[in-house]
Ligand binder design. Structure first.
Ligand code: ATR
Length: 272
């Protein structure tokens, strides 16, 4: 049996074994997928021990996404640009690092929710690791414009400068958003984890067709509530992104793309 696992700290609440277990059953792949609580001091030792025991791949979650990238012998472009990896593949002495968070999010918005990013005006809130990972896959879909808003404006300015070669992206302070209109608003801040609201003006949602919260399992977060009250017709949280990034990793490891629909449906908590 080929072995895979997710590594993080803490790891107790991870849904990855459930998701990959469903994929394995549905595709008839004989794999074992576990969960490892990585050591904060000796993350590299944990990874190498897993490899020595025959492990073929790891999903990587907080707080190890940067360390895991540093450990890799080969980094795919998405991981390099994200500055983080969420999936490792072991092939002999090679450690390959990719990052499927952004493609997972993009697939969820386009394939599952049915909103095309091509030509769309997009607003993305936040400029941390989650947003960094999403920018290349977003820009690859050729939006009309992608505006990055962040509390600490210089972080958004830096990100926009770094990604400008990949498409039309610019930074903006929250206060300056009031007169602007967007088709899709994505909350990539960690505010919802603290039940906080990023200071986005309500008018910003006026034309929006979709409000997407990257966090999942938090129900109607302050961001989604604001969007709903502003009349946004479609609200989504990050459960689809979670399942889609898992499917991308599964495909990378096993060469088979699992169907995601049933797993997403099973894991979805209604946004009320
Ligand atoms: P992650 O890896 O989850 O993206 P991170 O790198 O710590 O986490 O980034 C968190 C992001 O959420 C940042 O963009 C942060 O804004 P600052 O750069 O100004 O700190 C944003 N954030 C967190 N709490 C917020 C809040 N209450 N309102 C607005 N933005 C918030």
């Amino acid at each position: 049996t080929d072995r895979y696992a997710v590594i993080g700290n803490p790891i107790g609440h991870t849904k990855s074994p459930l998701i990959h277990g469903s994929f394995a059953r549905a595709t008839g792949q004989d794999i074992e997928y576990g969960a490892i609580e990585g050591s904060l001091e000796r993350f590299a030792d944990d990874v190498h021990a897993f490899r020595k025991a025959g492990g073929l791949g790891l999903n990587v979650t907080a707080p190890f996404k940067l360390q895991a990238l540093a450990l890799a012998t080969e980094r795919l472009e998405r991981a390099e640009l994200a500055g983080a990896t969420n999936a490792l593949k072991f092939e002999g002495d090679r450690i390959l690092a990719d990052n499927f968070d952004g493609v997972g999010l993009t697939r969820d918005i386009q394939s599952n929710l049915g909103f095309s990013l091509k030509g769309a005006r997009m607003l993305v809130l936040g400029s941390g690791g989650a947003v960094r990972g999403a920018l290349l896959p977003f820009l690859a879909q050729e939006p009309a414009e992608l505006v990055l808003a962040n509390r600490t404006l210089p972080k958004a300015v830096d990100l926009a400068e770094q990604f400008a070669v990949h498409g039309p992206v610019r930074a903006c302070a929250y206060a300056d958003l009031a007169g602007e209109r967007f088709d899709i608003v994505v909350n990539g801040t960690s505010a919802s984890l603290k039940a906080e609201l990023p200071p986005v003006p309500a008018q910003t949602f006026q034309n929006a067709r979709l409000a997407y919260e990257l966090a999942y399992g938090k129900g109607l977060t302050p961001f989604l509530r604001l969007a709903r009250n502003a009349g946004v017709p479609k609200l989504a949280d990050g459960v689809g992104m979670l399942v889609e990034q898992a499917a991308e990793a599964f495909l990378w490891w096993r060469g088979v793309r699992p169907d995601t629909r049933a797993v997403i449906e099973r894991m979805t908590i209604p946004l009320v």
